[in-house]
Ligand binder design. Structure first.
Ligand SMILES: N[C@@H](CCC(=O)N[C@@H](CS)C(=O)NCC(=O)O)C(=O)O
Length: 318
């Protein structure tokens, strides 16, 4: 685990000394947009863009799901890094976990080719432009919106996961889910002081209780149709019992203990194409094996046994 400073790699864990033991996620720095407009700097074109992801990462996972649901598999190529993130950060390996574009050993080399003086964390997902050899975006929240709308003319796929009429509601729920759940589990797991951990833990379970209640009255987070808000929540829920409960100490309850949330996560898992984006082996190997300060032995627990394919009650989903 490390970061680049003025173009040089440093092997360094997150700094929580200056924040009272609290983990604070830094903002993504490449924030360009692919546009449907052919005159744009990054126009939507088939075969031009590549997604670098980790199967372990919940943020990258959103982009894989959106690529799948928007029928973009023939238009945007993808490659997957090694599950372990160690002293050199994300690494490429032997096929199929190699870098198919440049044969780099480490993801930070890709960041350096986009910006030789880059300072910051080297994160997945990365949306890469093969034509200009640069990073379009390393912010998953932006990437899923581009995939949702900008390639529709190419694919003819008009599923809209961010419909105009629901945007305010989606943005509002996203904010709570991001702070307290998506990032909330990391705030628990990476806290280095008791009060910082407990604060994040309380906010996480208070929010899960609210979501459980909300899902007892409606099928999805925003009314009756699936939106990006659901996919953003899903990638955390699907990792929760297998990883966060133990590794990040988020153990007040498991997702299987919440009847609505468990039903909901199964329903989303069973949407066509989604199951193959959930690679539990990479997920468990990554978390338990990459964070030496949290799990020094690197032992990966064998359980739990979760059946996301069991029947659910949420009706037809997509
Ligand atoms: N804001 C980014 C966050 C991505 C992120 O933090 N990814 C993690 C993997 S789950 C990562 O690559 N971390 C490496 C690091 O922090 O050094 C997004 O949503 O795309």
């Amino acid at each position: 685990m490390g970061l680049l400073v003025d173009g040089k790699w440093h092997d360094k864990w997150y700094d929580t000394d200056s924040t009272g033991g609290r983990f604070e996620r830094s903002a993504a720095q490449f924030r360009n947009w692919i546009k449907a407009d052919p005159e744009a700097r990054f126009p939507a074109e088939s075969g031009r863009y590549h997604l670098y992801v980790s199967f372990a990462c919940p943020w990258a996972h959103r982009t894989l799901i959106m690529r799948k649901l928007k029928g973009l598999e023939d238009h945007i190529t993808v490659s997957v890094v090694e599950p372990l993130m160690l002293e050199n950060g994300w690494e490429f390996g032997d096929r199929p976990l190699h870098d198919p574009l440049y044969d780099h050993d480490y993801l930070y080399q890709l960041y350096l080719s986009a910006d030789p003086q880059y300072s910051g964390r080297v994160t997945v997902p990365v949306l890469w432009d093969k034509k200009q050899h640069t990073i379009v975006s390393n912010e998953s929240a932006d990437i899923i919106r581009m995939l949702n709308s900008e390639f529709d003319a190419l694919t003819g796929n008009s599923h809209d996961f961010y419909p105009a009429a629901q945007r305010d509601e989606i943005d509002t729920i996203n904010e709570t889910v991001y702070d307290n759940v998506n990032n909330g589990v990391y705030k628990c797991g990476f806290a280095t002081q008791q009060d910082a951990y407990e604060e994040a833990f309380d906010a996480l379970f208070a929010t899960l209780d609210v979501l459980e209640e909300r899902l007892s009255n409606q099928r999805f987070l925003v009314g009756d149709r699936l939106t990006e808000a659901d996919w953003r929540l899903f990638t955390t829920l699907v990792r929760f019992d297998a990883v966060y409960v133990g590794h990040f100490k988020t153990n007040a309850k498991r997702i299987v203990d919440y009847p609505q949330l468990w039903d909901y996560v199964k329903a989303l898992y069973q949407v066509e194409g989604v199951a193959e984006t959930v690679v539990m082996d990479h997920i468990k190997t990554h978390y338990y094996g990459s964070h030496g300060t949290i799990n020094p032995t690197g032992i990966v627990p064998k359980g739990p046994w979760l059946d996301f394919t069991a029947p659910h009650q949420r009706g037809e989903v997509l």
